[in-house]
Design a protein around this ligand. Structure first.
Ligand code: HEM
Length: 397
């Protein structure tokens, strides 16, 4: 728990999200300095935006608030994000729209629906394995598996190669040493190079083939652009779902009455999923870079200024949400910003909601009990927040 005066707290200290409590700090900022200059640290200086309305304003103007210089803070000296101006998340209109159109078909309601049965089967297999293990880590053994399975299906990763990719992503985005993580990440990229060449020779009905063969503004994507987009989709498609599902489960373990309420009234599932998204707000911050002089609230922002939007703060803004610090699985309306807003609104939103609904439904239907067996370990990051591990025992029905 932080004991420091909120106005002195360093928002780019990962401990604030791992072992501290950022909510009183965000509340102080919303009340006293909603567009606040955060001086340079190991990260460059930036404007901190904490109110719901202001964050919507920034998301709503992709021309003035650009994504092309990166959407996450990078430590000073690390240079520009290599995906800047090249990946879906890191491009501005009109290029962004063309790129988004190229891959959007795989994320429509119809495409997601077509995958539902396969998702359910995959979750049943994951839960059967977890039951057989007895004790397991909810984050790695359960929450991480469905999103990876889904993104592999979309990208056309053959089934017999998925376990290998799962093991590599667990190493690359897990808790290990930086060197192990970096080697695993390189191996993932090497795998995508191979998959890309396979699809060049033999196109199929999948995302990698769409990137390989599609055109943006009349030009084919370069090999590097294809690989950066693959990497982006893999990370975007897996990390946040894993954290939201695990954070949701932890919340239900802490509040068994809500879990039982959901068990007995399944019509609450859609609102429960939205509330888990709001409550977990796993994408801690999203950044933009100002392209022309603009006023945001009472502040004058200049070209080149970085603007950082804090999702957990927007989603607890008392100006917008009634009783924001209560977890309410029947909350309605619930227009949270966990999935962003505007031009770059999460492409995987429908997929995310479906994955979460299926996972929670199967957890309610196909296992007898879920019990926490040890302390949950928080992640140390300023980019995403949630759990690194959550030890549980799952028993069969
Ligand atoms: C709980 C789960 C998820 C959360 C919290 C989340 C959060 C977000 C947020 C906040 C953005 C906006 C970024 C910005 O405006 O700069 C975003 C964009 C994006 N997300 Fe998600 N996401 C989730 C799941 C997924 C999944 C499952 C996929 C893919 C299968 C996905 C793919 C993407 C892509 C491709 C973009 C970039 C869209 C664009 O720039 O046009 N996300 N996500």
């Amino acid at each position: 728990m932080t004991l420091l005066a909120p106005e002195t707290v360093n928002l780019v200290d990962p401990e604030l999200y791992a072992t501290g409590d950022p909510y009183p700090v965000f509340r102080w900022m919303r009340d006293n300095d909603p567009v606040r200059w955060h001086g340079a640290t190991e990260y460059p200086g930036f404007w901190s935006v904490t109110r719901y309305d202001d964050i919507r304003t920034v998301y709503g103007d992709a021309r003035v608030f650009s994504s092309a210089q990166g959407i996450l803070l990078r430590p000073q000296g690390h240079g520009q994000d290599p995906g800047g101006g090249r990946t879906l998340a890191l491009t501005d209109p009109p290029h962004h729209k063309a790129l988004r159109t190229l891959v959007a078909d795989w994320f429509t309601t119809r495409s997601v629906r077509a995958l539902e049965d396969a998702m359910r089967e995959a979750v049943r297999a994951v839960l059967a394995r977890a039951v057989a293990l007895g004790e397991c880590d909810f984050v790695t053994d359960i929450a991480a598996r469905l999103p990876l399975y889904v993104i592999c299906r979309l990208m056309g990763v053959p089934e017999h190669e998925q376990e290998m990719l799962f093991s590599l992503t667990s190493q690359a985005f897990g808790a290990g040493e930086p060197e192990t993580r970096s080697i695993a990440h390189q191996q993932i990229m090497a795998y995508f190079v191979e998959l890309m060449y396979r699809r060049m020779d033999e196109p199929a009905d999948d995302l990698v083939s769409a990137l390989v063969n599609g055109e943006v503004d009349g030009e084919m994507l370069t090999e590097e652009d294809i690989l950066l987009n693959c990497d982006n989709l893999l990370v975007g498609g897996t990390e946040n779902v894993r954290l939201a599902v695990a954070g949701g489960m932890q919340t239900f373990l802490d509040r068994p009455a809500d879990w039982e309420r959901l068990r007995s009234d399944r019509s609450l599932m859609p609102t429960a999923v939205e509330e888990v998204l709001r409550w977990t707000s796993t994408a801690t911050h999203i950044m933009r870079t100002v392209t022309e002089p603009v006023m945001l609230r009472e502040r004058q922002l200049e070209p080149g200024d970085r603007v950082v939007m804090w999702t957990p703060s927007a989603n607890r803004d008392e100006r917008y949400f009634e009783n924001p610090d209560a977890f309410d699985i029947a909350r309605r309306p619930n227009r949270h910003l966990a999935l962003g807003a505007g031009e770059h609104f999460c492409l995987g939103a429908m997929m995310t909601r479906t994955e979460m609904r299926i996972l929670f439904t199967e957890l309610l239907d196909s296992v007898h009990s879920i019990e926490q067996t040890g302390p949950a370990v928080p992640l140390r990051s300023i980019v995403v927040n949630g759990l690194e591990s959550l030890p549980v025992r799952i028993t069969a029905k």
